[in-house]
Design a protein. Structure first.
Length: 140
C-alpha cells in the first residue's frame, strides 16, 4: 500500500513543525522496540533519520523493514501524527551525501572534515521510511 499524495503532503507539512519522533521496530523475537529519533521529511514525503549501523534499530529494520513512527511537537499535549511505512537503509560510503543533507536540514554544519570523520567513525546510516499509511493525525 502506498500513501496518498494528500497523506504525503500532510507528512511534509507536519514535519516542518518538528524533528521529534518515536520509531517502533520489531525485534528478532517479534517484540516491539521503541527509539526516540530526530527526523526530517524529504521532498517526496519520506521520513529520514540517521543512526549508527550497529544499533539494534538498524538490525531490526534490516531483518524486517516494517516501521511505525509517532511524530510530535514540543507542546504537550499537542499535535501528533502516527504513520506506518517501510524502511530502506543507506550505508556508507554511498550514504554520505544523504547524511550530509539530513544533518544540514537539522541545522548542522556538514562542510567540515570533522563532520565527515564523525559519520565514518560512528559508521552512520541513513534510514528512509517510505510512508504507506498515515494512521492518525491529531491537532490537539
Amino acid at each position: 500500500m502506498v500513501a496518498s499524495s494528500s497523506d504525503l503532503d500532510a507528512v511534509r507539512q507536519f514535519a516542518t513543525q518538528t524533528t521529534r519522533a518515536v520509531l517502533v521496530t520489531r525485534r528478532k523475537n517479534g517484540d516491539l522496540q521503541s527509539s526516540p529519533m530526530a527526523v526530517v521529511a524529504d521532498e517526496h514525503g519520506n521520513i529520514l533519520t540517521a543512526t549508527r549501523a550497529r544499533n539494534a534499530k538498524t538490525y531490526n529494520l534490516t531483518r524486517d523493514p516494517r516501521a511505525m513512527l509517532c511524530l510530535f511537537t514540543e507542546r504537550w499535549p499537542g499535535p501528533w501524527m502516527h504513520i506506518d511505512g517501510e524502511a530502506e537503509i543507506e550505508r556508507l560510503p554511498a550514504a554520505m551525501p544523504l547524511l550530509a543533507d539530513y544533518y544540514r536540514q537539522r541545522g548542522q554544519d556538514t562542510t567540515t572534515e570533522a563532520f565527515l570523520e564523525r559519520m565514518r567513525s560512528e559508521d552512520r546510516v541513513l534510514i528512509r521510511i517510505k510512508i504507506q499509511h498515515v494512521a492518525h493525525l491529531s491537532s490537539a
